[in-house]
Ligand binder design. Sequence first.
Ligand SMILES: C[S@@+](CC[C@H](N)C(=O)[O-])C[C@H]1O[C@@H](n2cnc3c(N)ncnc32)[C@H](O)[C@@H]1O
Length: 240
Amino acid sequence: MANYDILGRYYDSFMNFGTMFSDFMDKLASHYHIETDAVLEIACGTGKNLSYFSRSKYIYGLDLSPVMLQSANINIPRAQLSLQDMSDFKIDRKFDLILCMFDSINHLLNYSQWLSTFKSVSDHLLQGGFFVFDINSPYALNLPINKRTMFRQSGDDYLVIQYYNSGINQATWDMNFFIHQDDGRHNHYFESITEVSFDIYQVRDNLLEIFSQVDVVNDKLESASMEDQRVFYICRKSGA
Ligand SMILES: C[S@@+](CC[C@H](N)C(=O)[O-])C[C@H]1O[C@@H](n2cnc3c(N)ncnc32)[C@H](O)[C@@H]1O
């Protein structure tokens, strides 16, 4: 897996998703009654999403990248952060809400890791608690894009991303960073990230073996179709 050693250093400056997460959470809160007393985000990255829960009593985040967690520590000092693999984690408390956002689960390249993530999450949810995550669908990762190049700029720093299909249900982002130095030159760094996806209904069926309710929706919270590029799963653990 990509370790985010390079991207982690520049994640917040190059990846700005604006109010996407808070808009989604607002919509979610108006459709579902979700307690947010104790919240955990797995693969929390730089912790930006966790800032939404400033009124929660317990805010936890975990990630496998020490560099991403360093930023999270600055962005949300109140959060309890830990360096762990989301597919097999242990925290000595249970949560009302566990999140895994912005296609983080697609970073797990074997389906058995997705299944063990679902199990670990379920073990850490209170009865009646919710697990909410999104994926890049197989449809999104299979779109016939041949080496699409994207440019991003942050001050004097530049990022060139080449995005391509690297297998069935799989895509890769090759990222070249050009980081401005005091002497006016740019240092070059490279990092590559690959994501895979799995049949959206197969994922739902496996979730239903663990959770009592699973809604598969798009970003408008309408029932998802095979042609949705981003698919959200709203899973509920059965109540007492
Ligand atoms: C696209 S970023 C998303 C970060 C954050 N969820 C957000 O919405 O901004 C993906 C994150 O997944 C983390 N990650 C990838 N594989 C992981 C694993 N096996 N366990 C925990 N974190 C992982 C990466 O380190 C990175 O921080």
